[in-house]
Design a protein around this ligand. Structure first.
Ligand code: NAD
Ligand code: NA
Length: 399
């Protein structure tokens, strides 16, 4: 079929398999251009491997370090004339390229929060890899069913305490307007958000993997967090999602204790603000990202998810002397170029000036929009969108 983008708000309802393949190939080329990661990971489990930072982690491990990878994600293949999701096509593309390069790559599609998917993953590791030496935890989800109690939690994106008013952009129309987001009305919203995006599920994964004996001596595990500028604090770091990130970060010492006898270690990496399916759902943040992109591109310090993950592996997690640089809170900071003083000062200056009228000139809204469509396989150079494409492509290991 001929596939066109079809959007509803910050969701794209369609995805393009050839475009996804091109996007994955572009990421692979970037990783290869940086050369091999010395002492990199060899057997890697990526939880949340189909899009965003997780997909780029998988690509960096596979093509930067010749790693065998198992990817876990929650995506849909095409069915009855409906196309599959972007993450499905990304994973089909990744496996195809990995297999062509002689790399082991298998995937598991299902709810990573469930005990069943954890068990399936452990069985696959036992059967094919024996053990893994890196576990990347990169889930982003609006809901989680607790595997022990069956309680279904939904996260919310809200400030805590006071209403928050600031500028936001509709990146389709380029209209900048004020938005007021009311604070949570009760502590339950905070607790629910922590239950979905906090550290408990990461801990459950590591506990189960360890108990099954599938973690190698010296294993590393990493999960991703975000801090960002003060202007987004009320909706992000000091809001409900920030409480979940605090909980995720507080899980690090718990996992370090658990991994002690394996000489294993856990990290949270604070990553840069980037266009992903998850970040486009947060008010205010897309406008910040479009100003940030403009400033960082002008300075030559702009990175996408693949540049971030390649740098995380090569310059942080797998350094030549084995040392991992951490901030005063014990976190890896790969958001260092985003948070550089000169970058933030310029973004703040533009933030005050940005209106519907000035948006095109002072922000990289076109770059934002393009990257958004790229996430779904659209607007990629070298793809013929007029050509009939097979929406039924399979993820080889899933069938
Ligand atoms: P994303 O939406 O691109 O990726 C989410 C992944 O999780 C996908 O692979 C999806 O299939 C998977 N997933 C979701 N629910 C699942 C489930 N129930 N079972 C199995 N898989 C499931 O998101 P992202 O932006 O790459 O976010 C990944 C992590 O990085 C999150 O912790 C996020 O907070 C963090 N982060 C994001 C940004 C940003 O700007 N996007 C910045 C810093 C940190
Ligand atoms: Na991800």
């Amino acid at each position: 079929m001929i596939i066109q983008p079809r959007t509803r708000g910050f969701i794209c309802l369609t995805a393009h398999p050839d475009g996804a393949l091109q996007a994955v190939k572009n990421q692979i080329e970037y990783v290869k251009s940086k050369g091999k990661i010395k002492n990199g990971p060899k057997k890697v489990l990526v939880i949340g491997a189909s899009t965003g930072f997780g997909l780029s982690s998988r690509i960096a491990a596979a093509f930067g370090s010749d790693a065998a990878t198992i990817g876990v994600f929650f995506e849909k293949p095409a069915s009855e004339g409906k196309m599959g999701t972007a993450g499905w096509y990304n994973s089909a593309a990744f496996e195809k390229e990995a297999h062509a390069a002689g790399l082991y790559a298998k995937s598991i599609n299902g709810d990573a929060f469930s005990d069943d998917i954890k068990k399936q993953t452990i069985d696959l590791i036992k059967k094919d890899l024996g053990q893994v030496d890196l576990v990347v935890y990169s889930l982003a989800s609006p809901r989680r069913t607790h595997p022990k109690t069956g309680v279904a939690y939904a996260s919310v994106l809200k400030p805590i305490g006071q209403p928050f008013t600031n500028k936001t952009v509709d990146f389709h129309t380029g209209v900048v307007s004020d938005i007021t987001i009311n604070p949570v009305e009760n502590d339950e919203d905070i607790a629910n958000t922590i239950a979905v995006m906090g550290g408990e599920d990461w801990k459950f994964w590591i506990e189960d993997l360890k108990a099954a004996g599938v973690l190698a001596a010296g294993v590393k595990t990493v999960a991703y967090s975000y801090i960002g500028p003060e202007l987004t604090f009320p909706i992000y770091r000091n809001g409900t999602i920030g409480q979940a990130k605090n909980d995720l970060e507080a899980t690090v010492p718990v996992l370090n204790e658990l991994l002690k006898d394996l000489h294993g270690v856990s990290y949270v990496s604070v990553n840069k603000a980037l266009v992903t399916q998850s970040s486009s759902a947060i008010p205010v943040v897309p406008l910040y990202i479009s100003l940030l992109y403009k400033v960082m591109k002008a300075k030559g310090t702009h990175e996408g998810t693949i540049e971030q993950m390649q740098r995380l592996f090569a310059d942080r997690l797998y350094t030549e002397n084995g040392e991992v640089a951490l901030d005063s809170e014990g976190r890896i900071r790969i958001d260092d170029w985003e948070m550089a003083e000169d970058v933030q000062a310029e973004v703040a200056k533009y933030w005050d000036k940005v209106t519907t009228e000035t948006l095109a000139e002072i922000s990289d809204i076109d770059g934002y929009r393009k990257e958004f469509f790229n996430l779904f396989g659209f607007e990629l150079e070298g793809v013929d969108y007029e050509k009939d494409t097979d929406e039924n492509v399979k993820v080889p290991s899933i069938g």
